[in-house]
Design a binder for this molecule. Structure first.
Ligand code: G
Ligand code: G
Ligand code: NA
Ligand code: MN
Length: 260
């Protein structure tokens, strides 16, 4: 039952599922959407998290069909949230992680267009998360894919921001709309007194981001004090256990109605 042996058939067997973790606007606490996080319900090992199989999927190439499935499923789900909410003013959006192999794949843009079309989902309802390290290593083809996606109206977020190479000049050349600040920077604000160095770093990043017209999402928000502090520092959107753990798709709609 090694994971390497089972992984190729797992997609055909329908063993993957997706949990969604809400993204909340700090200014008013409303739910704006959710990040799609894939899991594998392995017949022997039970539920496995992405850290346990994404690297394997990446090295075997299965990440391309798996990632396409995640995108299809998430787009359908986002469409159904939006259909269910009727005339609500701020439609829910979905964030989907894109791995380096997917970014490199020549079919990425056409597949994304087809998936959005089939789901009947507006491109502006989709945000693709790319890690800072994947972007730094991106070649011309990969950058062109990102620009084409951005031109379609898809948002691009820079995931795990702050953990990679720190030459920020690439921000000027890339069609990124959101910085997703790695949770290592917000950990020091979980309880008072906040770590003064972490506060300064977040302040600096928010200032840089807003100057470049980028929005800031903070990850790993676990306490109300942390949420308040990050809101006062000007962060735009938050994600973390304080709001909700990753969970089933139906729950997002309930959460968004609760704050309407
Ligand atoms: O919360 P969780 O343990 O599920 O997430 C762990 C990591 O797995 C995160 O860094 C997240 O970006 C990554 N991840 C979750 N779902 C996907 C996916 O569908 N594709 C890729 N490439 N990465 C994912
Ligand atoms: O893409 P990324 O690696 O950022 O995925 C988010 C990861 O962080 C997932 O593994 C998710 O379960 C985890 N996570 C989400 N919210 C919190 C939180 O508030 N605290 C901690 N410690 N982990 C979180
Ligand atoms: Na992510
Ligand atoms: Mn992330």
């Amino acid at each position: 039952h090694s994971l390497t042996t089972c992984l190729p058939a797992a997609l055909d067997h329908g063993e993957f599922f997706i949990e969604y973790q809400p993204l909340v606007r700090l200014a008013d606490g409303t739910v704006r959407g959710a990040e799609a996080l894939v899991r594998w319900l392995h017949p022997v090992h039970g539920v496995l998290g992405p850290d346990q199989f994404i690297p394997l999927a990446e090295s075997t190439g299965l990440i391309v069909p798996l990632g396409r499935w995640v995108l299809e499923e998430s787009a359908r789900q986002a469409r159904s949230w939006r259909a269910a909410e009727g005339g609500e003013p701020a439609p829910l959006r979905v964030n989907v992680n894109l791995s380096p192999s997917q970014l490199r794949h020549p079919g990425l843009v056409a597949d994304t267009v087809a998936i959005l079309g089939n789901a009947g989902l507006d491109p502006s309802a989709l945000c693709l998360e790319v890690t800072e390290n994947a972007l730094i290593g991106a070649d011309e083809d990969e950058l062109r894919h990102l620009r084409q996606l951005a031109d379609l109206g898809v948002d691009i977020a820079l995931d795990d921001f702050g953990t990679g190479y720190s030459n920020l000049s690439y921000l000027r050349r890339l069609p990124v709309s959101t910085l997703k600040l790695d949770r290592s920077f917000t950990r020091g604000m979980q309880r008072a007194p906040a770590d003064p160095v972490d506060v300064k770093i977040v302040e600096g990043i928010v200032s840089l981001a807003h100057t470049l017209d980028l929005s800031v999402t903070v990850e790993g928000v676990e306490t109300g004090a942390q949420a308040d502090h990050l809101r006062l520092l000007g962060c735009d959107t938050a994600q973390g256990w304080y709001y909700a753990r990753p969970g089933p798709p139906e729950r997002l709609h309930t959460l968004s109605l609760a704050d309407a």
